[in-house]
Design a protein around this ligand. Structure first.
Ligand SMILES: [Zn+2]
Ligand SMILES: [Zn+2]
Length: 216
């Protein structure tokens, strides 16, 4: 039987974002996706998994997904990966940054600048980068096997806001239609907020996935 992937979901930070700890026990290595706050909670959960964190991947650069980045970076020594078009979100002035009124320690510069189709290797697994611009220009989804971490691109019955600077509603709907709804029905989706879901469920229940939907 195939070894199950460890996927630990933590709800962190001021907007209740999902932070995921993912890896294979047999690898002893794993990654953190979106350390959005509560660094101590994340680090404690990491030590409970027994995984050594080699990589931190950011689905996008909003502060509710990166507020604990610097602390998790410092404690784990992991490399940080973000899509090239969201890298400026990590730049700060001085030792503290502010984004949308939230203050947090400025992270170190990213180690890996991602583009569509890149793969991020962690232990024996590789994760494919699917560029899904719209919520931010450099939003990505991260796919391994039949599992996709979607950040704020798609949620159960919803999508990420496009009311932020740099957001584009038409681009987001196109990303969802062309990059997510084209995946097999049984694909499991792990969003940046809220519960996990599947492509089949969102095809059926999510109003934003209907072909031709332009909304509002
Ligand atoms: Zn966001
Ligand atoms: Zn978010």
């Amino acid at each position: 039987m195939e070894e199950p992937l460890i996927i630990k979901r933590l709800v962190v930070g001021y907007l209740s974002a999902n932070c995921y700890i993912v890896g294979l026990e047999s690898d002893g290595q794993g990654m953190v996706i979106d350390p959005g706050g509560n660094a101590e909670t994340i680090l404690k959960a990491v030590s409970e998994t027994g995984l050594e964190i080699t990589t931190i991947v950011l689905t996008h650069g909003h502060s509710d997904h990166i507020a604990a980045l610097r602390d998790v970076q410092d404690k784990t020594g992991a490399q940080v990966a973000i899509h090239t078009e969201d890298a400026d979100f990590l730049e700060g002035r001085g030792s503290y940054s502010s984004q949308f009124g939230i203050e947090y320690r400025t992270p170190h510069p990213p180690d890996l600048l991602l583009r569509d189709g890149d793969t991020v290797g962690v232990g024996s697994l590789s994760y494919k980068v699917i560029h899904t611009p719209g919520h931010t220009p450099g939003s990505i989804c991260l796919q391994t096997g039949d599992k996709v971490f979607t950040g704020d691109t798609i949620f159960h019955r919803g999508i990420g806001t496009t009311l932020m600077p740099g957001s584009s509603r038409s681009q987001l709907l196109e990303s969802i239609q062309e990059r997510i709804m084209t995946l097999p029905d049984e694909t499991k989706l792990y969003p940046g907020h809220g519960r996990e879901t599947t492509v089949a469920i969102e095809r059926r229940d999510n109003p934003y996935t209907r072909a031709g939907y332009r909304g509002w």
